[in-house]
Design a protein around this ligand. Structure first.
Ligand SMILES: *Cc1c(COP(=O)(O)O)cnc(C)c1O
Length: 362
């Protein structure tokens, strides 16, 4: 039996994407080899690589001004590579602070230049329960770029309207909500997202870059760390994570069959409404700390009346085949990650468990 997986990442994958991989595992397209045993310079893998890129272009409607990069090292590596590439000596960059991941991004930038905090919603207890409004963000018109985090995986907050950075390039970490709905890619200069939340397995990261922005990047850094190197080589400069890209390809194909990004949005909104509706209805038992306007559709965080009950909630849910519900160690409580692969039915099972749990422990 498949587990009902609410893990924050690596997350569950859509079953059809895994079944396709299983069926092709020992013999990919009549080659007598699995996809991971193929040279990345040979046709079978090249066709998978191109197919994944093309499907991404089609699903997102990526404009010609932008290019797709398949990279390794996860989002954490981009925290360092972004300032290495885009923060020239003597310039500063604006960071919008909305959680643990933006703090990590800022820390890396500090080692390479002088980032500036353009806004922060960090509370006195060190926690974040909302994202800033546009009016609260004090942008420096001379900044090299603005860095924001679209969805805060740990605190369960999300930008529902993306920040307008004016003429300053916008760099956005979309690791935990990439492709949850249609996106106007043209508004961004550099988007990056680790695949293991909404898009595929760990081991590969997707970046979408404005070509002009890439050309403006620093060239006095090692070649392998320059985004432009990977762009010029169609992400085949060195050996890419072939198996991970193949699996992302399968997930993208599944997404198309689900009505593309409009289909994903409908499914994700239904799931979030079910969960937040339950939390609001049972607010005498469950506490949802995030301010309503900042509630994440992807990561839904809440707590019960005590830490002991939080732990019991997680243990009892596990007995009913639901895994990955424990909140992040820095935030505590319970976290439901309802990424693209989680179905409405999975959420319905969880909601009835939540109702039962509140009834028997309230
Ligand atoms: C998971 C996550 C990261 C870290 O990703 P790694 O692949 O582990 O480096 C960074 N930013 C956000 C928003 C995340 O959700």
């Amino acid at each position: 039996m498949r587990a009902i997986n609410f893990s924050a990442g690596p997350a569950g994958l859509p079953l059809p994407a895994l079944e396709k991989a299983r069926d092709e595992l020992l013999d990919f397209a009549g080659t007598g080899m699995s996809i991971m045993e193929q040279s990345h310079r040979d046709k079978p893998y090249e066709s998978v690589h191109r197919d994944a890129t093309e499907r991404l272009h089609k699903l997102l409607g990526i404009p010609d001004t932008h290019t797709v990069l398949w990279l390794t090292g996860g989002a954490s590596t981009q925290f360092a590579l972004v300032p290495m590439n885009f923060l020239p000596a003597g310039k500063s960059a604006d960071y919008v602070m909305t959680g643990v991941w933006s703090e990590k991004a800022l820390d890396e930038a500090k080692l390479l230049g002088t980032p500036r905090i353009a806004a922060t919603t960090r509370g006195p207890d060190g926690k974040y329960v909302r994202v800033p409004t546009q009016a609260e963000v004090q942008l420096d018109p001379n900044a090299a770029y603005v860095h924001s985090t679209s969805n805060n995986t740990i605190y369960g907050t999300q930008f529902h309207t993306m920040l307008d950075t004016g003429k300053v390039p916008h760099v956005c970490d979309m690791s935990s909500d990439f492709m949850w709905r249609p996106l106007d890619v043209g508004k961004f200069d550099f988007i990056y997202a680790g695949a293991q939340k909404n898009l595929g397995p760990s081991g590969v990261l997707v970046a979408i870059a404005r070509k002009e922005f890439l050309q403006s990047a620093r060239k006095d850094i090692p070649k392998i760390f320059r985004y432009q190197t990977h762009a010029e080589a169609d992400s085949l400069y060195n050996t890419p994570p072939t198996l991970a890209i193949y699996l992302v390809r399968n997930v993208l194909e599944w997404m198309e069959g689900q009505g593309g990004l409009p289909g994903m949005e409908k499914r994700n909104r239904t799931k979030a409404e079910l969960l937040y509706g339950t939390l609001d209805r049972l607010s005498g038992f469950y506490v949802a700390p995030v301010e309503k306007a900042s509630r994440s559709v992807m990561n839904i965080v809440f707590r019960t009346p005590s830490e002991a009950l939080d732990a019991e909630f997680v243990t009892s849910a596990r007995k009913e085949n639901m895994i990955g519900l424990k909140g992040h160690r820095t935030a505590g409580g319970i976290r439901v990650s309802a990424y693209n692969a989680v179905s409405v039915q999975d959420i319905e099972v969880l909601v009835s468990f939540m109702e039962q749990f509140a009834k028997s422990h309230g």
